[in-house]
Structure formats: C-alpha cells, structure tokens
Write a protein that binds this ligand. Structure first.
Ligand code: ATP
Ligand code: MG
Length: 670
C-alpha cells in the first residue's frame, strides 16, 4: 500500500486513508483533490472494499475519463474498470435504464436534445396560448429550474394561487406528458426522475444504496440541488461519502450550483471530517501568484492562499494583438517556436482556452493554413451538424420507434413528397391510438398508413430494409454499415448535393459525414451496442474521441470544459471586457465574480507557461460589419507587473501604433 501513499503529503494521506465515514476536502486549484479521490479509491480496493461498490462522479466526461486514466495507472485497468467513474448524468442514466420499470419508463427511452426539448415545449406553450406572456427561452429556463428543485405536479398544485405557479404548472404538465408520449426524457429529467423515483420507492433506493455503498464527488462546488439530493439519498445509510471541491472554482451557477453547497453538506453530514490542502503541485509560482492575485479580489470567499514549490522559469505573457486573426497567428507562431525548441513536445500538452466556442473559428482557420494538428472539444462539433443529425435520426428512431422528433426530421429527407400536413396527420393518428390504449408505435402507425401515400410507402419500404441491416444491432459493425448504406444508398448524400449552395459546400458537408462514419466504424466492436452509441451521442461525445484520434493534437476547448484538467502550455485568448468577463455578466456583481472565478480556473490549468492575449479590434457578431474596440479585461489589472511580460505585435508596424491605444487603456485599468 506504500506506493499509494508515498507521493502524498500529510493532509492528503489523512484524506486517502479514511475510507469510511463522511469527508469534506476543501482546497484550491492543483492541490491534489482529484489525486486524493483516485488514491483513495486505490487505497479502498487494497483494503478489501469491492471496486463495484465504489462510485465516483465528476462534472464533465473528460474529467471522469482523466480520473479513470489516473486510476488505471495505479491499480491496473481490470480493477479500475469495475469502479463506477462517471458524471452525475451518466450514473443516473444507468440507474434509470437498469430499473426502468420502477421509474415507469420504457427500456428504450431516449434523451431529447436541446432542440428537440424546445420543439416540444413550443407545442405546449401553443396549447395553452401562452405565446404572449412567456418566451420559449424563459419557459425552458423555468422548467429546468423547477426540475432541478425537484418540483412535482403536486407541488405546483399547492401553489395554485401564485400566478407564475399556475402558468408553469400547466406548461410543466403538458411538456412532461409530451416527452413521455414520445418515450423521451430531457436532460434535466435524468437526475430529476432518479431522485423522485428514489423518494417514492424506498425498496429501490435501498437496493441501489447497497450496490453503491461508497460515494465520492469531485468538483463538488458545482453540484446542483437535485444532484446534492442524489448524493444525500445514496449515502444516507452508509454515510460513506467524500466530496472534494474549491469554492473559488464554482463556475456553474447558471446550471443550478449554489453558494450554500458546502454548508449544506456540513449540515447533512455534521460528523464529516474536514481536510484542507494548500500546496499547489501544478503551476509555476508566477502563474499561481497571478491566479492568487486575481481571485483575492472576490468577496465572500472561504479564503485560502496557495503556494507552490515548482521551478519558476517564465513570466506570464500578456500579448496585445490587433485582431482575431493576428491573435491566431501569434498563438500559432508561439506553438511553432515551442516545437522548434523542444522537438519531442507532444501537441497534446498545449491547450487553447476560449470563453465562447465561436472564438475558436479564427484559430481553426490559421491552424489549418499552418498545418498545426488540433482538436476542438465540445461546442458544436460535427456531430451537431444538420447532415449528421439527419443521419443519426434514422438510428435514434430505430432505437426508440416512438421518437416523433426524429421521424419528423427524416421522413422527407431525402425528399419523398411528404409535407408537414401528412406528418401532422401521422402524429394525430398516433396520439389518437395512444388515447385508445393502443400499443402501436409511431413506426407501426406509419406502416398502417403506407397505402395512403406513395412517399410513406417508400419510407416504410426503406425503413424495413434499414431494420434488417440493424437486426443484430448489439454489434457496432451493423450500426456502421447500416448508417453508411443509409447515407450512400437512400439518397442522403444526394440530398446534401441538392441542398448545398455550391459544390465546395457540398464537398465540405460530405467530408463531415464521412469523418463521422469513420468514427463509428472505429468504435470498439465488443463493447458498443446501439443503446450505448445512442446514449453517448447525448451525454458523452468524448466516447468518440478515441476514434477521432485526439492524440498529439493541440487541445482547443472552452474554459468551462477545461475544469479539472492541466496542461504544460496554455494560451488563454480573447481576455477582453465583454468576453471575459462576458457581456451578459456585467450587470450584477455576482456575475462578475463568477467570471473572475472562470478566469482563475483558466489560469490555474497551466503548469509551466501561460500566454494571455487580447485584441484591439474585433468584429461584433456575424451580421454586423462594425468593428469593436474592446478593452483588455478588467481582471488583468489585478496581476502584479513583476509576474508578467507585456508584449505586442511587431513594435514598428502600423498596427503597433494602433495597439498603443489599447495598451494605454490597459494601463488606465491598473
Ligand atoms: P483542480 O482544482 O484543478 O481540479 P486538483 O486539486 O484536483 O486540481 P490534481 O489535478 O489532483 O489537483 O493535482 C494537480 C497536479 O499535482 C497533478 O499533476 C497531480 O499529480 C500533482 N500532485 C498532487 N499531489 C501531489 C503530491 N503530493 N506530490 C506530487 N504531485 C502531486
Ligand atoms: Mg481536480
């Protein structure tokens, strides 16, 4: 067991060796919180605890994967795979699928993505004539809020007299009814239904509690109310719960994370031991001191000062660039120079962090020109593109033959002369059947209607052939060949050619579909089933990363998705007022404080070198032709001069003169 403890400090050892009981580890960035979790799991397994009884959840799939990798290197892949390492959503989804009857769900329910959920919600708003008083976005936010706060229809009934309660109650009921009608759950439902199911079914809860008697939560500061309830329920009997977090890295208040989360834990588990960690093992002192200086400006912190014994080789670079292209060129030149100086350097060790996905577009363009290998995480990668969604809708409908959203998407792609009124008729018929307690699915409803319309009969014929191809669908090889057939032979490819403005665009779209098909073809033959591919599409696209060959590529990602990760070299771009802090956060002090925490998270991802940049000119949105002249982020002024090197593009160039203006502004902020 010595090998587990030998690389830990005294405080970390305390946390790792306390296998039983409640534990709160509260500590800053890079102090080894995640290391504590993985070492603690290894310790427990060596101590005789069954790996299958341990569940550890993290906030993102990428972070969960990172935990898995660290655990594998400590205890080997075989044992590590038995531990349930996932996100709240993936873990809860597993429970919903395994015990679907207890939750009144069909086994093959699917998850409605954001667009699909909004479509159903729009229909509900229309049904109750609420268009005038409630926008779609605000309705969606409210429903999400009430689900996270575990509201049931009865709770709404109690609030009948509250205006908002009355309206939302109708909407809530109608929207949920629609989801179930099409055998769907939405993203919030995954944890919501699990917790409500446990509340109503103590026997089920007991079964799951006994199956998972050791619970650990990484990134605890970003836990929402429903997730917290899930933690409490699962560990209320065993009391074996360990949460680790950092209040300074709480960056998900918009998704329900609350400041009271730490005190809530201590109220629920008053017996909890507490461990704090202050030595940072990740960042060089200049980087860490910059982070400390930034976060010190936030009020209402639990307060901690981190220190580091890492070597201090470089200052933090703050680069002023003319515009986004100039910034992308600057990043690329620096990457090339790093690579020249260290030919062995793996591109994976370099990360570009952005506040918003759209910032990666100019970077991508220059990377393509300069042949820098890169991968963009999250955002709207090719899996979210129209042509890919069309293709996958065939798969989704095959899995859940009641998935009306997918059906509407594909019935007329490729064109079969089926109009919206025909689709509405199919839907009406299906709903009528349901009211009459019929077991008919949407697919069987269509099959019965095929004689009424040539297009429908064409669709049904193809559908039967597609089903045949998928029949042995527990094997991915069938998924990929069925999809390829669908793309090449039924006219999806032709549809792309017909619907693209020119050949270049068509080629680009076809390349995307081909790349996705190649990814599916490369998935693990033995472990992937239709269900796991469908679930991964919704909850964990990182599952496709291996097939996308993300190794030896520069990692481009949002700051939010970089949480918990570390990189030797970090470029943090677009550090301007309006971007970081984001313009939407500027009205409230709490919003600015959250953005400051985001900046803190970004800085503390870097191990050896941190390059921060901002632009003097920026196009505002695609529609606008007007340039903006953003100011450097107000957060930069907190970083002491002695930690930084301030640079700008070629000091003798025309653009440098213009940059002088930006620099002056920067100094004004100090
Ligand atoms: P974050 O808040 O960003 O999630 P964290 O607190 O989870 O950070 P880790 O990612 O666990 O920190 O650790 C940061 C780095 O420090 C890792 O590379 C880890 O291996 C290393 N580390 C942690 N503890 C020690 C230690 N006692 N000795 C040497 N290295 C350590
Ligand atoms: Mg961590």
């Amino acid at each position: 067991m010595d090998y587990i403890l030998k690389s830990l400090n005294e405080e970390q050892k305390k946390a790792v060796t306390s296998s039983h009981g409640a534990l709160l580890v509260l500590a800053g960035a890079g102090t080894g919180k995640t290391k504590v979790i993985t070492s603690r799991i290894a310790w427990m397994i060596h101590d005789g605890i069954r790996p299958e009884s341990i569940v550890a959840v993290s906030f993102t799939n990428k972070a969960a994967k990172e935990m898995q990798a660290r655990l594998c290197s400590m205890i080997g892949e075989k044992a590590a795979r038995k531990v349930e390492l996932s996100t709240f959503h993936s873990f809860a989804l597993k429970i919903l699928r395994q015990y679907h009857n207890e939750f009144n769900l069909q086994k093959n329910f699917s998850i409605a993505d954001e667009n699909e959920s909004l479509n159903l919600l729009r229909e509900s708003i229309k049904e109750h004539n609420l268009e005038e008083i409630l926008s779609l976005q605000s309705a969606a936010q409210k429903i999400s809020f009430y689900k996270d706060n575990l509201f049931t229809n009865e709770d709404f009934n109690k609030q009948k007299n509250v205006f908002d309660g009355k309206i939302i109650s109708k909407l809530f009921h109608s929207y949920n009814r629609r989801l179930r009608l099409f055998n769907l759950v939405d993203f919030d439902d995954i944890v919501y239904l699990t917790v409500l199911g446990f509340k109503n079914n103590p026997i089920l809860l007991k079964t799951v509690q006994e199956a998972f008697s050791f619970l650990m939560v990484d990134e605890y500061q970003d836990t929402s109310f429903s997730q917290f309830q899930l933690i409490c329920m699962l560990s209320s009997k065993s009391r074996n719960v360990c949460v680790v977090g950092d209040d300074d890295q709480s960056i998900y208040s918009w998704r329900g994370a609350r400041p009271s989360i730490i005190s809530d834990f201590l109220k629920t588990f008053p017996e909890a031991r507490k461990v704090t960690l202050e030595q940072n093992y990740r960042c060089s002192p200049n980087i860490l001191n910059a982070a400390n200086s930034v976060i010190r400006e936030n009020t209402e912190r639990l307060g901690k000062e981190l220190w580091s014994e890492q070597p201090n080789l470089h200052p933090v670079v703050i680069q002023s660039c003319e515009n986004e292209r100039d910034e992308a060129l600057y990043v690329t030149e620096n990457i090339e120079s790093l690579k020249r100086n260290q030919p062995q350097l793996n591109y994976e060790n370099i990360a570009i962090l952005v506040r918003s996905n759209s910032q990666s577009i100019p970077i991508e363009q220059v990377f393509i020109e300069k042949k820098i290998p890169y991968t963009i995480h999250g955002g709207t990668p090719f899996f979210d593109r129209k042509e890919v969604r069309d293709l996958f809708s065939y798969l989704k409908l095959a899995y859940n033959p009641n998935d009306m959203n997918s059906l509407f998407r594909i019935m007329n792609i490729p064109a079969r002369g089926i109009g919206i009124s025909t689709l509405e008729k199919i839907k009406e018929q299906y709903i009528k059947n349901k009211k009459n307690q019929s077991q008919d699915t949407i697919i069987s409803t269509i099959q019965k209607l095929s004689h009424t319309h040539k297009g429908i009969s064409e669709f049904v014929n193809y559908w039967n052939a597609f089903g045949e191809k998928l029949k042995n669908s527990e094997r991915k090889v069938d998924i990929s060949s069925a999809l390829r057939d669908c793309y090449e032979n039924i006219g999806l490819k032709k549809d792309i050619l017909m619907s693209s403005a020119n050949m270049q665009i068509a080629q680009f779209r076809m390349d995307i579909v081909n790349r996705v098909l190649q990814v599916i073809e490369k998935l693990d033959l033995e472990t992937e089933s239709l269900e796991s591919v469908i679930d991964a599409l919704h909850l964990d696209k990182t599952r496709f990363d291996i097939a996308q060959e993300t190794t030896n590529k520069v990692q481009v990602m949002t700051i939010h998705s970089s949480k918990g990760l570390e990189f030797p070299y970090v470029f943090l771009i677009g550090v301007e007022d309006g971007i970081l802090p984001h313009e939407k956060s500027l009205d409230l002090e709490s919003g600015i404080q959250e953005e400051r925490r985001l900046f803190y998270v970004a800085i503390t991802r870097a191990k050896y070198r941190l390059f921060i940049s901002h632009c003097g000119f920026r196009k505002k949105g695609r529609a606008s032709t007007k340039d903006m002249e953003p100011k450097p982020s107000r957060f930069l002024s907190a970083i002491p001069m002695e930690l930084i090197e301030y640079k700008q593009t070629d000091p003798n160039s025309e653009e440098a003169k213009r940059m002088d203006a930006a620099r002056k502004l920067f100094e004004l902020f100090r």
